[in-house]
Write a protein that binds this ligand. Structure first.
Ligand code: PMV
Length: 332
């Protein structure tokens, strides 16, 4: 009845922004992300037993009672209990080693770990592909955290979502020099959750269709870049795609601007270092924090420059990591 899982956050290089089906969480675009070894969530789930009976789901994240996106977490627990044919409530304790809900992809590792731990606690066994379909119904981008390394989330075309799953393109050993450095600028929770922001963008951004069609081209370029380990093409494509995603948010009504002045300062720092000949690119998700894409040879120098900026509270340097997995080290 109790199980624990560990998952790493998956940061998108080609973004998912917009659902063709909100209920089943089906994206307009296939997207690609990297599972990062340094951004980790561990989650223990225990469903009621005759010794411990829970009247409602109890969710504790980083020692705090959870009160944001609670419905999505509870919904996922109820979904899994429903599949197992029980009506039990659960206690969930989760720990992450990075700020939650600040645009650092915490929902990816969070929902992947929650789903695997809850399934295991109720004796449900899934293949990684089928697990990714179940994770997807809790949080879209978390689909990718089921696998390690470079991960593709296939958009699928079927209305029931059975062909919208994650696929490992290359595992964590594929590109040992690859680095992604998460900069922590502002640990405050974001003002608008990505779920609401995404829905508003689909409904009100006049460029939304262009985002969808042009992302198909970015996806092809990204696959080519990864296949050939072409870091320049990877970085340029990731930046282009991230900035286009933010452009759709800014052009929605009312405008959604996740950036702050620190975000712009880091972007300028990246441009400056690139002009000086360093291979450095960035990507940004639904929050002000910037993730730096670079190679091992430049990691120390880039980290030093980042840490010298007054707005940078911390950095987390990541290589490619593993997909979600079980552990016997429970949190309670
Ligand atoms: O899955 P959500 O609702 O947390 O949305 C995530 C969206 C982005 O992080 C902005 C992009 C992505 O593909 O991860």
């Amino acid at each position: 009845m109790k199980a624990t899982a560990i998952a790493n956050a998956n940061v998108a290089l080609i973004k998912y922004w917009g659902k063709r089906n909100e209920e089943l969480i089906l994206p307009f675009n296939s997207n690609i992300g990297i599972t990062c070894d340094g951004l980790t969530t561990r989650t223990t789930v225990e469903f009621s037993t005759k010794y411990n009976s829970y009247k409602d789901h109890q969710i504790i994240i980083n020692d705090e009672e959870f009160n944001r996106d609670e419905k999505n977490v509870q919904g996922q627990l109820d979904r899994i209990a429903g599949i197992a044919g029980v009506e039990l409530k659960a206690k969930v304790v989760s720990e992450t080693n990075f700020p939650v809900a600040a645009g650092l992809a915490s929902s990816t590792s969070g929902f992947a770990a929650l789903t695997l731990a809850a399934c295991e606690a109720l004796g449900l066994k899934y293949s990684p592909r089928d697990l990714s379909i179940l994770v997807r119904q809790g949080s879209g981008s978390a689909t990718r955290s089921v696998m390690g390394g470079f991960v593709l989330w296939n958009k699928g075309i079927k209305p029931d979502g059975t062909d919208s799953f994650a696929e490992e393109l290359f595992d964590k050993h594929y590109w040992p020099e690859f680095r992604i450095i998460a900069t922590i600028l502002n640990t405050k929770k974001k003002s608008i959750a990505s779920r609401a922001g995404m829905s508003q963008t689909v409904q009100t951004c006049p460029y939304f269709n262009s985002w969808v069609t042009s992302t198909e081209i970015d996806l092809l370029n990204m696959r080519k870049a990864i296949n050939n380990k072409n870091f320049k093409l990877l970085g340029e494509t990731a930046e282009f795609n991230a900035l286009k995603m933010h452009a759709t948010m800014i052009a929605s009504k009312p405008a959604i601007i996740y950036w702050n002045s620190s975000t712009i300062n880091i972007i300028n720092m990246v441009y400056k270092m690139r002009a000086a000949g360093i291979e450095i690119y960035f990507t940004i998700d639904a929050g002000p924090n910037v993730k730096i894409l670079c190679l091992k040879k430049d990691e120390i120098q880039i980290t030093k420059v980042l840490k010298s900026l007054k707005e940078v509270i911390g950095t987390i340097s990541c290589s490619l990591g593993d997909g979600v997995r079980l552990t016997s080290e429970h949190l309670f």
